[in-house]
Design a protein around this ligand. Structure first.
Ligand SMILES: *Cc1c(COP(=O)(O)O)cnc(C)c1O
Length: 412
């Protein structure tokens, strides 16, 4: 099995030099970071953008006439344009800066309260992250709308036929993730979006887990809303974007009141600012937005197709090697998946495996991965999840496999 060698455009050892953290040791071993689905590591190009901001033009945006403020505003708006281009949004003001995926989902769910009536239906998938379940439950409580769940199969795929059956004239919205963070399943979102639109339902796609691997084209998808977090794709925490079609964003009421989101204010009446400012109350994470732009530049320089191809090689290799371990059970075996492996070893608790491999420098996630309904489906308390990124290499996969084998020996 050769990794990267049949992919000459992809020089992982060169890429790894951009990530200072990969040089550190954990518990006396070189770090093997396989928790990329929780948050990605940061290349120095992105750190440089952060240092540059605070060293040279830290100022509040859209407010001051002074030069520094102009400069910060320009750079922030350039970042918005980069994000627009990356996701192929028609207009820059369809890109709303948020604090992350959770914020984006809540913004839309909150706004939809004014469009829903008792008895309307919302469909969510069984593969969702908690942040994509709870806001809809809250919305249903507020409006009397009904939440229905698109079920999943043993392989960790949505059951499309049941989705079609659940969809009706009452369906006002469909919410699902592009990629499941717990299993890595890539959902057939284009098919689902088109079908939902036939019935007049709006679709919000949680792209948090897809965006580090797949470049989504929001116009080609014809999706109504698409949300992401920067920290899963080489950017900093606390910043993300909500893409929304202009006609939806015009209709949605603002989420928060405050500075920056108004046109005029008096005690009798306030009129709201246009897009995107209507949804960007208060001082945003200016540096974070700019650093998000730098992260997209970094990843686009490498190329998303090259990234996806390389990660698939890592996934195939790791899956093959893991399956050689006796008692191994991998959850989520969809043919269409990103480089995430959720697994258990018969008779062992995932937490014990996670703790022992950490002692050998290997960082994996254990638990329910904020997707408890999936764990309930499989009737397990949780899994060990290894999630790979384009800066992981074959030696790290081997260190991980060795650590799991050792942990198994120690625990058996
Ligand atoms: C990480 C993640 C979220 C939450 O993202 P935050 O940055 O914590 O808001 C939501 N959905 C999926 C699929 C995720 O992977």
């Amino acid at each position: 099995m050769s990794i990267a060698t049949n992919n000459i455009a992809f020089n992982v050892e060169k890429i790894r030099k951009d990530f200072p953290i990969l040089n550190r040791e954990v518990n006396g071993y070189p770090l093997v970071y396989l928790d990329n689905a929780a948050t990605s590591q940061t290349p120095k190009q992105v750190m440089d953008a952060i240092v540059d901001y605070y060293s040279n033009y830290n100022a509040n945006i859209h407010r001051g006439v002074h030069s520094l403020s102009q400069e910060a505003t320009d750079k922030y708006e350039v970042a918005r344009k980069k994000i627009q281009q990356h996701f192929n949004a028609k207009k820059a003001h369809e890109i709303i800066f948020t604090s992350g995926t959770t914020h984006g989902i809540n913004l839309v769910a909150n706004g939809f309260a004014s469009f829903l009536e008792a008895g309307d239906e919302i469909l969510v998938s069984a593969l969702e992250h908690h942040s994509n379940i709870v806001p809809w439950q809250m919305l249903c409580e507020k409006t009397g709308a009904i939440l229905k769940v698109i079920p999943m199969s043993e392989e960790g795929e949505l059951i499309y036929e049941t989705f079609e059956e659940l969809l009706s004239k009452k369906t006002k919205m469909v919410f699902l993730n592009h990629v499941s963070n717990a299993l890595g399943t890539i959902n057939p979102i284009k098919k689902i979006i088109d079908k939902a639109h036939e019935k007049g339902a709006a679709v919000l796609i949680d792209g948090a887990q897809a965006a580090p691997h797949i470049k989504a084209d929001v116009q080609a998808l014809d999706v109504d809303f698409y949300v992401v977090s920067a920290h899963k794709m080489c950017g900093p925490t606390g910043v993300g974007v909500l893409y929304g079609k202009e006609e939806w964003l015009d209709k949605l009421p603002p989420y928060q009141g405050g500075g920056e989101m108004i046109a005029t204010v008096s005690f009798e009446k306030t009129t709201y600012a246009g897009l995107p400012h209507k949804f960007e109350a208060g001082t945003p994470n200016i540096c974070g937005g700019i650093a998000f732009g730098a992260a997209l530049d970094y990843m686009n320089n490498i190329g998303f197709e090259a990234i996806a191809r390389y990660e698939e090689e890592l996934l195939d290799y790791a899956t093959l090697k893991l399956q050689e371990i006796e008692g191994m059970k991998i959850y989520g075996t969809s043919k269409e998946k990103t480089a995430v492996i959720s697994f258990n070893i018969e008779g062992l608790h995932p937490y014990d495996i996670g703790t022992l491999v950490d002692k050998m420098g290997v960082a994996v996630r254990t638990g329910h991965h904020c997707a408890q309904p999936i764990m309930d489906f499989y009737k397990i308390p949780g899994t060990v999840r290894a999630s790979f990124s384009f800066y992981n290499n074959k030696q790290e996969v081997e260190r991980f496999i060795e650590a799991v084998k050792k942990a198994k020996t120690m625990l058996s």
